[in-house]
Design a binder for this molecule. Sequence first.
Ligand SMILES: Cc1cc2nc3c(=O)[nH]c(=O)nc-3n(C[C@H](O)[C@H](O)[C@H](O)COP(=O)(O)O)c2cc1C
Length: 366
Amino acid sequence: MLNNQENNRFWLEDHHFLKIDKGKLIFWNYKSHEQFEITPRHASRLIDFSKGSFLKNTSLDREIFNSAVIVKKKHESHWGWDWLAHIYHYGTCHPSPPEFRGFEKTNSENAKSYIEYCASIAHNEPEIDVIRGGKIFNLPDPNIDSFKSISLWDTLINRRTCRDFNGSSAELSDLSDILFATFGDQCSPDPTTPLNAKVHGYRRTSPSTGGLQCTEPYLWAININGLPSGIYHYLSRRHKLENVLQGNAKYPIGTYLCNQNWANDLAFAIIMTCRMDKLWWKYPHSRAYRPMLMDVGHLSQTLNMCITAKGLHPWITGYFHDKDISELLSCPHEKEEPMLIVGAGSGSGSSFSRESRNEFNKIQIS
Ligand SMILES: Cc1cc2nc3c(=O)[nH]c(=O)nc-3n(C[C@H](O)[C@H](O)[C@H](O)COP(=O)(O)O)c2cc1C
């Protein structure tokens, strides 16, 4: 049985991190999204609580108790990653602000507040298009008929991640069709659009979070008939390429992709970045980080399908040297970051690289 003193034992709740901001020490609960400014007295007392200190009847302890940063039961974590992933996970959860609990709005109230919110942010909407200002390359007009000769089911079933490419070239016309079908503006007028609705952005063949089209495509042209090798930005609404980097990068592509060297035999790779500034504008809450990643995921699947429908093999990677790829693309730091890369080329179609097949073949089966 617990004695009175044991009942007063408190532990520091462990969903916190400390941040120094403008000379203030901030104690930030990333689960409840609450922030507290703390003094050296608070800090020293919080360290006591992290060791399971007993609550005393002092004004300092009452203040700490009322802020709910200490708890009765020590938290046992079953988390398998490090604490940075924990912060990301809970930091991007919706904290259920109290005003939503028990105060459900009607559909018309919801519509009204959404439209008022959109009107209130309309004055500083970010640029819809990224324009790098590099030399423009015209792409052949897209030939969408080429996608109609293969069924959806055949494309789905033929899509396989390949890691054995042979270095042959791809046709510019195929690349052009793939870019258009995945990232091109397919904006056909929506007859249900109300008169006063302001349209921000455009439409692609994949859904997009907030309709913002926050994913930007860049092309690493390795071996394309009719296009000098280099790095380009695809202008989604103009169906053109603009040059970002001429010729070869310092290292072959596989080096930038953490030595996944089968990528050196791709014909091309599409690097997808996220325009965070678009998300910050409409959804200024960290929750928006999740749909931003899923936006890329949707486009990646469409891209995989289009590559497959053209008879090429796709390969996908989320594993690369972020900073180096960012520098190659001259991405404006933090506003736009590379997230996922999809490569394409010809080859055996095997999901095993030649080297890994050789290694497997050496293993003696007893
Ligand atoms: C988001 C994402 C990231 C991936 N990253 C890599 C990667 O870094 N390297 C790699 O070789 N494959 C990567 N893959 C491919 C998976 O390994 C592959 O899809 C999986 O083994 C299933 O095989 P399948 O695509 O042929 O069905 C990734 C796939 C996804 C969806």
